[in-house]
Design a protein around this ligand. Structure first.
Ligand code: NAG
Length: 271
């Protein structure tokens, strides 16, 4: 800029040295100088404006960088927190898995113990059922001794009236004591299904009719002719409840004899 001005000044001086007086040249030069000063001042102002603008821009950039740094810092913190949270969650999961493992192991142990105990129980039950002649009773859903009896007539039962009970006086077996040799009646000690059979022999020359009855109601009949000793036999299966009564009784023709000496029998048992 200055070089250009000097150049212009030189040109002017050359021009005036050829064409004008010295005063004119000086006047011209002074105006020129004045213009140059104004231009310089103008440039200074522009420079100043540029400086300010640059400073502002730098400030803006700095602020922006600071904001970026802050954001970065925030992200760092957030990431660190997230990592911490994930790590905590992983630890908690591991703990949970460990707890589940422990619980499962305990449960398995407990189940094994239960199985073992059940095996022992079953074995014991089987053994004791054998030892006590017990069987599984459907009605009670447990092992229990089942009612069973087998009786016979030792002494003849003579002069029997209609519906008179034949009391079998000899007892072979009477599990659970359902049969009474005082009354001749079997009383069911348990609910269940029972099988009964009776065989009654007549004395020669006296025909004999008898029956198995339940709570006083006739069920099945036995008949023996009178020409010779003869056994009338019958059986019945009954669903009984505790307290039901079953017995053998003579019917019709008063004065009949049921033959003793174990020729006449009555048996029953729960199925
Ligand atoms: C026996 O049977 C009767 C009638 O069905 C019932 O009420 C009773 O509960 C039974 N008893 C047992 C011990 O099962």
């Amino acid at each position: 800029m200055l070089n250009l001005n000097v150049f212009v000044l030189g040109c002017l001086m050359l021009t005036y040295s050829c064409n004008g007086s010295m005063e004119e040249i000086v006047g011209e030069l002074q105006r020129e100088l004045q213009q140059l000063k104004m231009k310089t001042a103008h440039y200074d102002i522009e420079m100043q404006a540029l400086r300010i603008s640059s400073a502002n821009e730098i400030q803006t950039l700095k602020t922006s960088i600071a904001s970026c740094e802050n954001e970065l810092q925030t992200h760092k913190i957030a990431s660190a927190d997230e990592i911490q949270a994930l790590s905590n969650s992983a630890i908690s999961s591991a703990n949970e898995i460990e707890a589940l493992k422990t619980a499962s192991t305990k449960e398995i142990m407990s189940l094994k113990a239960q199985i073992s105990s059940l095996k022992t129980e079953r074995l014991n039950a089987a053994e004791s059922s054998q030892a006590l002649n017990r069987r599984f009773v459907l009605g009670t859903n447990s092992f229990a001794e089942k009612p069973a009896f087998s009786v016979s007539l030792d002494n003849h039962a003579t002069g029997l009236g209609n519906h008179q009970t034949i009391i079998f006086d000899n007892i072979f077996a009477n599990d659970l004591g359902g049969y009474s040799d005082m009354t001749g009646v079997f009383t069911a000690p348990l609910n269940g299904t029972y099988f009964f059979t009776a065989s009654v022999m007549s004395q020669s020359g006296k025909h004999l009719e008898s029956e198995i009855c339940l709570n006083g109601a006739s069920l099945v009949y036995m008949y023996s002719f009178d020409t010779y000793y003869e056994q009338g036999t019958n059986s019945v299966i009954l669903v009984l409840k505790t307290g039901d009564r079953v017995w053998v009784r003579h019917t019709n023709t008063p004065g009949s004899t049921a033959y003793g000496g174990h020729w006449s029998t009555f048996s029953g048992f729960m199925l």
